[in-house]
Design a protein around this ligand. Structure first.
Ligand SMILES: [Fe+2]
Length: 283
């Protein structure tokens, strides 16, 4: 089973540059072509939020238009730049988006996908109007109960906000609320193979609660990689990329293996493939 993860499109309405600098529609179109051309083709695509930049309906219309040719089925969790009602209106056939949990008078989209060899759990970490994210007690209780229903099933959790700091200082100013409680739940279930996140627009990996958590690169733009203690919020148009999570048997054991696949700006941009030949280990 092959899972493609894509994240943070930050689409603007047609013809509008994000932050006067980024054409975010073109890399999303390239991402769709890239995924459709993969062999083997992914069984599904997980989107870890921020499909649009300002929640505008025109941007969602463009997202829908660009994603329509995507061949694998698509599953979405919202990001802090998304407008949940408009997101749901844009994808009316995505029935899982109607599975919600009420907390503090707000609805949070939380669901499971049971149709694949790996169980998929989508968590909504977004409270409208807030840049940072988290999980409240009712979503956490739902997660604990959901994991306990199938304690032996290999499982992937996907959500927008990472429950850890990234060392990119301006992104770490807001704590993930409920992160310790989340860790206590996940560490009870060793079959949680990954916690897949977005939000930080860079590839980041770390150990979290006995599993591996990762952040996916952005499609629309990447955050500047600057690990000093005080840095301004800024992005850079490095190449976008997707993550590929492969669930397979390797050397006699089942494993979930992650690769990063860089998207070309134009077909044939990267020279190759070039065959290796000659000495492989000098004596
Ligand atoms: Fe984002």
């Amino acid at each position: 089973m092959l899972i493609a993860q894509i994240s943070d499109f930050h689409l603007k309405p047609e013809g509008v540059l994000a932050y006067d600098a980024a054409d975010t529609a073109t890399p999303l179109m390239r991402a769709v072509d890239h995924i459709n051309a993969l062999n083997p083709r992914p069984d599904l695509v997980l989107v870890t939020g921020d499909l649009v930049d300002e929640g505008a309906l025109e941007s969602y219309s463009l997202v829908k238009k660009i994603l329509t040719p995507l061949k694998p089925p698509l599953f979405i969790v919202p990001g802090n730049h998304d407008h949940k009602t408009k997101l749901c209106h844009t994808f009316p056939d995505h029935n899982y988006l109607s599975q919600t949990i009420e907390e503090g008078g707000k609805q949070y989209i939380c669901f499971t996908i049971e149709d694949f060899p790996i169980r998929i759990i989508g968590l909504d970490t977004v409270t409208p109007g807030e840049h940072g994210g988290g999980l409240g007690s009712r979503r956490l209780a739902w997660l604990d109960n959901t994991l306990s229903n199938q304690p032996n099933a290999p499982t992937v959790i996907f959500m927008h906000h990472p429950p850890f700091a990234s060392a990119i200082a301006h992104m770490d100013m807001e704590f993930f609320s409920g992160r310790e409680e989340l860790a206590h739940i996940i560490e009870k279930y060793p079959t949680v193979e990954r916690v897949l996140c977005g939000h930080v627009h860079r590839p980041v990996f770390r150990r979290f609660a006995g599993t591996i958590a990762n952040i996916c690169p952005g499609i629309g733009m990447q955050l500047v990689l600057d690990l000093r203690e005080e840095v301004p919020s800024a992005f850079i148009m490095e190449p976008p990329a997707i993550m590929l999570h492969l669930w397979t048997d390797l050397w006699g054991e089942p494993t979930l293996l992650t690769h990063i696949s860089v998207i070309e700006e134009r077909p044939g941009q990267y020279s190759g493939p070039h065959p290796f030949f000659g000495v492989v280990s000098p004596k």
